[in-house]
Design a protein around this ligand. Structure first.
Ligand SMILES: C[S@@+](CC[C@H](N)C(=O)[O-])C[C@H]1O[C@@H](n2cnc3c(N)ncnc32)[C@H](O)[C@@H]1O
Length: 314
């Protein structure tokens, strides 16, 4: 494992320095991104293909704006203090978030791929001192404990192998201040009669092998074991027949929020459920959280990589 891969590192690619500049310290690209999601994020043509709002909206069956706005509503308006968006997102989520940012607030956006950060920079107004684009890994965030009021993850967790997903969630809770909010938007198991179930299953099988985990398991099952003492669920919303979920957690300590949420008819205030032991779940990988990632290894094939093909730490 190289030096860059085994310890948390963040390179600030803040807006004025971005065009034409590269991170001074190159971080290893996680193997699952290289092998499974090369077509969506890593390939030079990925950005120009996917950075179209109509396409992102089509992928989400017309729910992009709704999910974006529900996530933003959870962050409130104005958004004050320090906010961490973990991973860039195609579309206008981040520009909309920036519009809500209080004058003294700060928004950090963390992504492992410089190409994604450069793309985001083009969508944001130039030289806004409140925004920092950081190259770093969600599974080993280079930030102090309890340093953010808000953490946002928009469709990140379903793309990560279980060990990385666990580490990402643990890191998100670690960097959240007591009373702060973690807002997660992602896939969820749709209702049994959902007409898109077969299509989504096929898409997951062919293109997004880790996403099926979020059909088989609630997010609670990927949270760190100490979560009941560390954080609690403020609200859980189910959107579009359950295909999507919005989960809001808070670090316990100073929080007075009582489980409020945007009203979309699917809102269920939920107490935190304790985790089932991974070994008890058939087919569940149940690996321990891995902080840091293995360096990228060259691979021959590019499509059809199964979840279990990737080793812990990917
Ligand atoms: C937020 S996710 C999915 C976004 C969603 N499909 C969309 O664009 O609407 C995609 C981003 O996550 C980033 N990413 C994936 N794994 C990461 C990791 N371990 N650390 C930081 N960023 C990561 C990718 O580089 C990519 O920019």
């Amino acid at each position: 494992m190289d030096d860059a891969a085994d310890k948390p590192s963040t390179t600030d690619l803040s807006l004025p320095a971005l065009p034409g500049h590269h991170a001074t310290r190159r971080l290893a690209i996680p193997r699952y991104l290289e092998q499974v999601y090369w077509w969506a994020y890593v390939h030079p043509r990925a950005v120009e293909t996917f950075e179209r709002e109509w396409l992102v909206n089509t992928i989400l069956f017309g729910n992009y704006a709704r999910l974006r706005d529900l996530a933003l509503a959870e962050l409130g308006e104005p958004v004050s203090g320090r906010t961490l968006q973990v991973a860039c997102v195609y579309g206008n989520l981040t520009p909309r978030l920036l519009q809500r940012l209080a004058p003294e607030a700060r928004l950090d956006v963390l992504d492992i791929l410089p190409v994604q950060l450069s793309n985001l920079a083009k969508k944001l107004p130039k030289a806004d001192p409140r925004v920092h684009l950081l190259q770093g890994n969600s599974s080993a965030i280079a930030a102090e404990d309890a340093s953010y009021e808000q953490v946002l993850m928009f469709f990140l967790l379903h793309e990560q192998p279980e060990s990385v997903r666990r580490a990402t969630l643990a890191e998100a809770l670690r960097v959240l201040k007591p009373g702060g909010k973690l807002v997660i938007v992602d896939y969820h198991r749709p209702v049994a009669c959902h007409p898109l179930r077969p299509l989504m299953r096929l898409i997951f099988e062919k293109l997004e092998p880790f996403a099926i985990d979020l059909w088989h398991h609630e997010l609670d099952e990927f949270l760190p074991p100490e979560t009941p003492a560390l954080a609690q669920t403020l609200s859980q919303q189910s959107v579009f027949g359950g295909l999507y979920q919005i989960r809001v957690l808070t670090r316990t300590g100073e929080c007075t929020n009582s489980g409020r949420s945007a009203d979309n008819g699917g809102h269920v205030p939920a107490p935190h459920r304790s985790l089932a032991p991974p070994a008890a779940r058939p087919g569940f990988l149940g690996r321990p959280a891995a902080h840091g990632l293995a360096p990228v290894r060259p691979t021959g094939g590019r499509g059809g990589v199964a979840a279990q093909d990737l080793a812990p730490g990917d």
